[in-house]
Write a protein that binds this ligand. Sequence first.
Ligand SMILES: Cc1ncc(COP(=O)(O)O)c(C=O)c1O
Length: 362
Amino acid sequence: MTKRIYNFSAGPAVLPVPVLEHARDEMLSLNGIGMSVMEISHRSRHFATIIESARAGIRELLNVPSNFQILFLQGGASLQFSMVPMNFLGKGQTADYVITGFWGRKALTEAQRCGNINVIYSTATSGYKTLPEQAELNFSPDARYVHYVANETIEGVEFKYDIDAGGIPVVCDMSSNILSKPIDFDKYALIYTGAQKNIGPSGIAIVIIRDDMIESVPTGLHTLLDYRAIAENGSMANTPNTWSIYMVDLVCKWLKGEGGVEAMQQRNIEKAAVLYKAIDSSDGYYTGHADRDVRSVMNVTFRLATEDLDNRFCSEATAAGLDGLKGHRSLGGVRASIYNAFPKEGVYALVDFMQDFAQRVG
Ligand SMILES: Cc1ncc(COP(=O)(O)O)c(C=O)c1O
């Protein structure tokens, strides 16, 4: 096999090797049909089986109730920043946004083009290192929905509870922690995610939406921006990203074989704990970005004493086979993304590298 390195990229991110091998083996002939998945019609029975299986896989893994539909869309999670307000924020209506980092701010910018937005909480003053307690959130009585980001991928802060908006529909961007743990669907009206971290390659977004939200979509939206139209057309209002859906299906099957999201959650907590321990026991050589109680299990963010040291750390790490550690350009520092498919051995390798670097470079 070609040598694989440890890939800490925030997304597109590491995929399970057995999934890549399976896709490789079927590249020229899917299931013996003599064509690859990228060459068959999305209307063929072969692809119908795949999209159904991908949907069923997500439903089973996350225990998605029957009053939620699972949609596959294009445009990434970013298009959802626009589709959510376009579908739910009518003229004169208000939506509440909880802003806890970079992606929440992006969502806010798009929503503000559509209607009245109340930022009911922002952690800007803490440098996006903290998260609100549930009791600190005061919702607008007439809010059409509340939007928040479950795990801010760049800052590495992750909610440890589901926001309860007392009956106001809760919309959540779970792009960087979906499938890392179970989800309580009683708490949500709509969940969306880009696939390229925990579910598959880029080029596909997944929306899990409650039926009553679909029913509330106004008429007259452009077809590809209309949740109802996407749902009615079985996510095939136009040609879907057949390759990505195929990969999502394979990742779901892999995940099931690994024990599902409960097993993943356990593993993810263990992996993150090893890294945070290395940060906390470094006598301040490495400093974590997020406050301890809101640290992300998926994206571990930290920095060294200077930007030069951050850069040296990342380039030496790359040379040592630990790639993708450079923090996002908006925040700097170091970020280790350790999604479901990231192996525990890679975390240990990074910890060894951190200890060696601190001793050597000082
Ligand atoms: C939490 C979160 N939301 C949204 C996005 C944007 O996703 P996309 O590039 O699929 O539009 C990202 C990408 O990293 C993300 O981490």
